[in-house]
Design a protein around this ligand. Structure first.
Ligand SMILES: Nc1ncnc2c1ncn2[C@@H]1O[C@H](COP(=O)(O)OP(=O)(O)O)[C@@H](O)[C@H]1O
Ligand SMILES: [Mg+2]
Length: 325
């Protein structure tokens, strides 16, 4: 089956600071992946690794500096603009920012129906809105006449998802959709994504720094660090048998279920961010427990090891050993 979305060496460079002292930040550095219908693909990594910038380029909010995005090969050829305004829908982190507190929530739903001309009468609009709300476990009756403050964060996030379903998208981009939602209902929203994937055959680009929900969603995952893909492959394989030292560290930094225990090996980032962006060689070399001399001077290539792509010199060596034996 043809991919519904493909990024090819997608790159975004930002310049920061004053004209005289400008920093060049490669926020997204040659990121390539494909997505198919009915598949969850997760972008994971610490804050600032380029996840949202990748999503924003796919959504057409940012222009790539280099590389390309190919939309919708498996359908009739859509114009990219049509694709990212209609076939792709997005759900963002903070549902309270999505909705204006002074405006009734149903207004957003009717507005989408109107903008995309999805119904020819009010009754038809209500019927469509109700169907999409039911798909996320709510109903029009529960939403009618109410303001955002009358809902919980989890309910608002569901309403936001229902709104994105109105246009029957092929791809849903969910950027940290549960990070501001109460832990107790986080799983119910993650379950909802699983249902959308299975029942509507939708592709879901799931963005998170939380590996537990990524694991539960399944599919494939790309572990990003400083704009680069460090490891990419089936979630089960990448998280249960991480090859890249960064993935290993990230996995160990998942908070313990037991709150009395401290976070193990928790990663701090802020201080070294600039330095890591500018580093030649492997971006992770400064923090890598397995760093070798070559890592500091030469950037490793992404190599394929049994279906998992890994960007690490440890495995470049393994590959050549394999060839010899
Ligand atoms: N509009 C922008 N201008 C300058 N730098 C930006 C801009 N947007 C993002 N960045 C920088 O790009 C990097 C990646 O950011 P982002 O994609 O938001 O990461 P994530 O979503 O993984 O937390 C960060 O260093 C961020 O500060
Ligand atoms: Mg982000």
């Amino acid at each position: 089956m043809q991919p519904i979305l493909e990024t090819r060496s997608l790159t975004k460079v930002f310049h920061r600071g004053s004209l005289l002292a400008r920093d060049r930040i490669v926020a997204v550095d040659s990121v390539s992946f494909t997505m198919r219908r009915g598949e969850v693909f997760t972008l994971a990594g610490e804050s600032g690794c380029g996840k949202s910038t990748t999503a924003r380029m796919i959504l057409g909010f940012e222009q790539p500096t280099a590389g390309e995005i190919v939309y919708g090969q498996d359908e009739e050829r859509w114009h990219p603009k049509v694709w990212y305004t209609q076939r792709i829908q997005a759900v963002f982190q903070n549902p309270f920012e999505t909705f204006n507190p002074l405006r009734k929530v149903e207004g957003y739903l009717f507005e989408t129906v109107h903008n995309y001309k999805l119904a020819s009468s009010r009754a038809e609009a209500v019927e469509l809105i109700n169907a999409k709300l039911e798909a996320v476990g709510l109903s029009y009756g529960e939403v009618q006449g109410r303001y955002p403050s009358e809902f919980s964060g989890g309910q608002l996030q569901r309403i936001s998802i229902a709104r994105s379903l109105l246009v029957d998208p092929s791809l849903l981009i969910a950027d940290e959709p549960v990070s501001m939602v109460d832990a107790s209902i986080r799983m119910s929203i993650v379950n909802l994504f699983r249902r959308l994937r299975d029942e509507l055959d939708m592709g879901i680009l799931y963005i998170t720094h939380d590996l537990a929900t990524a694991y539960y969603l399944g599919g494939r995952i790309a572990i990003m660090f400083r704009g680069q893909t460090m490891e990419l492959g089936p979630v089960q394989e990448v998280l249960m048998h991480p090859r890249h030292p960064y993935t290993q560290l990230l996995r160990e930094s998942i908070p313990e279920a037991d709150p009395r225990k401290k976070w193990r090996g928790r990663i701090t980032i802020a201080e070294t961010e600039e330095e890591e962006y500018l580093r030649v060689g492997c971006k992770f070399a400064g923090r890598c427990p397995k760093v070798m001399e070559i890592c500091r001077r030469q950037e490793p290539q992404l190599v394929d090891i049994e279906g998992v792509q890994v960007k690490c010199h440890l495995y470049v060596d393994k590959l050549s050993v394999k060839e010899v034996s």
